[in-house]
Write a protein that binds this ligand. Sequence first.
Ligand SMILES: [Zn+2]
Length: 344
Amino acid sequence: MKAMLLKSANTPLTLATVPDPVPGPGEAVVKVHACGVGLTIHHARAGRLKLDYPRILGHEITGEVVALGAGVTQLKAGDAVTAYFYLTCGECYWCRINRETLCENFGGYVGRECDGGYAEYIKLPARNFMKLPQGVDWKQHAAEWGVVCDAIATPVKVIRRARVTPNDTVAVFGAGGGLGVHMLMVARWARARKVIAVDVMASKFEACLKSGADATVDASSGRVAEQLLELTGGRGVDVAIDFVCSKQTLEAAQQSLGKGGRLVVLGGHGQPFEVNPRAMLQKELELIGSRYATRQEVLDSLDLVARGEVWPLVTEKVPFDQAESLHQRIEKGLITGRAALIMS
Ligand SMILES: [Zn+2]
């Protein structure tokens, strides 16, 4: 099959012919129709994550099942599926209580510890494939259906972790990024009182406003916490969600919180930051980590999209062999929302 291979750290993705994957016991092979391209994957392409090479990147797939290994009963040939990003055991304490992103036997990530979706076919443990809802026009919108498993599911989990209600004002740091835009969308869907987009690239604010933001804060001018306090009449925000996670954004996010405020920390730079314990006590603040999503949250997200409650923003759909040029644009921060590779 054809695949876009990452041959070593931070080298251009190159088109190669590799052996077709053959499913072993408990595994399935899927013909890929589309695969999402986002910053998480780009960190792998750019050599910022440890990988074995050569590697086929990508996890936000849409495709159809073409081959099953021994013992696989939950899928059949022709099923339309997407993929669950994490390789988990399904049996440990954390998997059993539906917090599988904390799996004690965590096996890594699709497209990093095993080959992913930048290829004609992908082989995974059968339990990593999740069926799309019945009756959806997935072939027509393969890119959008592919990105739901991360770009929608991760925000859906954040809404639950932070217990966002219609009384809450929500600020999203890094709102113009692939996850940020979808976070705005899902916060709007959750009927948050006010959704505020915070980003350093004002060129992305139009997309933020279209995706559900009521207001924007240009972080390039500094004074982020002050601007958020002004936008909330001095009350502060109820939920600050940080996809950037630099020392600067995390501290601004904490300072922008009002009473009962929740700060949700996701990936990004992951820099250490200072919190003010006195403010935490006096305002009963909460610091919350949120990691990807559970399988159920992926299924719930697929259902939301099937019902038309949210619709992913895929702004660029390019032929699969142009993956490298797409990654070059991601490196420069030029993509709004998600991008996707189309296989055929
Ligand atoms: Zn587990």
